[in-house]
Design a protein. Structure first.
Length: 255
């Protein structure tokens, strides 16, 4: 009998319990100059902010890191990894004054892709990131290599970290359905859903440069186009002006 899935589950439960207790007494620690330099080097979004906006970003990131645990399974979590996880969390909510990820206690990094049984050393492994449900609720799992690649110059319109945190934002109203009720006013829900379906059809007809993974369902559509919006806003503004305007309004950011 293979006990590996049960051992992994036990590890997750122990980590979750420890950091739920730890979060209650979390302290916000200001970023060091070395950490700010790492951010400026690896996170374009941060590097392009004005000086006062950089300070706001740093404050939000420090608060996030003070309240959410970042642990590695089968890999070592570096200072840069912590900053990239934090940046992935802050970027999509940067336009909101007091947003907190209430439904997140721990981010677990695996060295690379993993499967639905949370195994990363054997079998078919094609998952880059996952927001936990059920006994995994309150946890997020990310591929360390995918996290790092998302902030590299070769990533194009993709960013796994941002993708998963947008799923978490979407989930905050109780349903991961591509319609974040906390961000969209009621009267704009149906126009947004209509536009999603129209764009999904264009992707299926090979008339769009949006990653076809967006056609999986409405939740994946939101996460994929959010990656595009934050990673390549100028291209989205040119290629998809209506979608750009909708996302700019949704995330309260003009990029």
């Amino acid at each position: 009998m293979n006990y590996t899935p049960y051992l992994i589950l036990l590890v997750f439960l122990i980590i979750a319990l420890y950091f739920i207790l730890r979060k209650k007494q979390a302290k916000v620690v200001a970023l060091s100059n070395e950490e700010k330099k790492l951010l400026a080097t690896h996170v374009t979004f941060y590097a392009e902010l004005s000086a006062d906006r950089k300070q706001l970003f740093e404050a939000k990131l420090s608060k996030f890191l003070g309240g959410v645990a970042i642990e590695g399974v089968g890999t070592e979590v570096t200072a840069l990894d912590r900053l990239l996880v934090g940046a992935s969390a802050v970027i999509p909510i940067f336009g909101f004054k007091d947003w907190e990820y209430q439904n997140l206690g721990t981010v677990v990094l695996y060295p690379d892709t993993f499967n639905k049984d949370f195994e990363f050393a054997e079998g078919e492994r094609n998952i880059l990131g996952m927001v936990g449900d059920g006994y995994m609720n309150g946890q997020m799992i990310l591929s360390q290599s995918a996290l790092r690649h998302g902030f590299s110059k070769s990533a194009g319109n993709s960013n796994t970290g941002i993708h998963e945190f947008v799923h978490l934002i979407d989930k905050s109203d109780g349903a991961t359905d591509g319609v974040p009720q906390h961000l969209i006013k009621h009267e704009y829900v149906m126009p947004w859903v209509k536009m999603m379906h129209q764009e999904i059809q264009r992707i299926e007809d090979n008339k769009s440069d949006i990653d076809p993974y967006a056609t999986t369902n409405e939740a994946e559509f939101l996460a994929v186009v959010a990656e595009y919006f934050f990673e390549n806003p100028e291209r989205m503004k040119d290629k998809h002006p209506e979608l750009y305007q909708n996302l700019s309004s949704l995330f309260k950011q003009k990029l």
